[in-house]
Unconditional design. Structure first.
Length: 321
């Protein structure tokens, strides 16, 4: 960990596409961070973001390795491993966007490398920093059933991965963080519709402790929805990730009568989830706070997502025969 709390942390952003630009903006606005450079194979794109954020631009990661302490990796998923590995080898704390890597083996290698170099590897599961999700995780005890819908209209970006790795993986991560039990069975179905990858998918997960989870993700819907509902004994908890609201209904015993259900609405207002994520990363680097979403957690969500995709591929294979 970086021990000095008075000097600025020297940072870089690798990848200056849609999300990478926002990473650069957030770092540039932090008092305790010095955004040294942005890196992109597209020199013009890197130069544009560098001019906007007041840092250097380059096209080769090796050129800045000696000059930085932390980095956000915001490149297409297929390049996550090849970009993160030299960063970790150089002892650079790394925030790696989701999905962590392409394969579980790659994720395991990066986790081991980070441990060997004693550096932070944080998985970029942004939804963990949504205040509605924070409340849901705090209030969930022993869930019996969880239902999640993550639906969006078609956008002509992030189509290099399927909808499970693009959208559903957010809810997979949240579910794993609250169920905390071995996964016993996965049933899944899905279809490619507008792209060559899966555009809509549904998965039913059964855990050893008896909890059942139903996940639906689509990037071809007519309206957006990002809701998670948790049912446990005496309590219903929902998180609307889009509106940042929770509804919590608790059953209260009443002597000689039916239990009384008391609903509670919590509105969180506007928040900057990405800023909160990057602040948590910097705090972890400084040793001021544990890593909020570890590389291991990113790896576990990836493993389940891959299993879901394999189940869907098997189902599609049976359909085509």
């Amino acid at each position: 960990m970086t021990n000095s709390k008075n000097t600025k942390i020297k940072a870089a952003v690798i990848g200056t596409g849609y999300l990478g630009r926002f990473h650069a903006q957030k770092y540039a606005a932090m008092d305790d961070v010095d955004l040294v450079a942005v890196v992109d194979v597209d020199a013009d794109r890197a130069a544009a973001v560098a001019a906007e954020t007041g840092c250097a631009a380059c096209t080769d990661l090796k050129d800045i390795l000696p000059d930085i302490q932390v980095a956000s990796v915001v490149v297409p998923n297929i390049h996550h491993f090849e970009v993160a590995k030299p960063l970790l080898e150089a002892g650079i704390h790394t925030l790696l966007e989701k999905p962590l890597t392409n394969t579980v083996d790659e994720a395991d290698e990066l986790i081991a490398l980070a441990a060997d170099r004693d550096v932070v590897l944080q998985s970029g599961h942004l939804e963990r920093f949504n205040p509605a999700v924070r409340i849901l995780r705090e209030r969930t005890g022993k869930p019996l059933f969880i239902e999640a819908h993550r639906l969006s209209g078609f956008k002509n970006r992030a189509t290099d991965v399927d909808v499970v790795l693009d959208l559903m993986i957010h809810d997979i991560d949240i579910v794993l963080s609250v169920v905390k039990s071995p996964l016993e069975e996965i049933r899944a179905s899905g279809l490619p519709v507008l792209t060559s990858n899966l555009d809509i998918a549904n998965a039913r997960l059964t855990f050893k402790n008896g909890c059942t989870v139903n996940l639906t993700a689509s990037r071809i819907s007519l309206k957006d929805m990002r809701k998670i509902r948790v049912f446990q004994e005496g309590t219903y908890i929902s998180a609307d990730c889009a509106t940042r609201e929770n509804v919590i209904a608790t059953s209260t015993p009443v002597a000689g009568a039916e239990p009384r259900v008391v609903p509670e609405l919590i509105k969180h207002g506007e928040t900057d989830n990405l800023r909160e994520e990057l602040l948590s990363f910097i705090k972890a680097v400084k040793g001021e706070h544990p890593v909020e979403v570890t590389g291991q957690e990113g790896r576990d969500a990836l493993a389940v997502a891959i299993e879901i995709n394999e189940a869907i591929a098997e189902q599609l294979g049976r359909r085509s025969t």
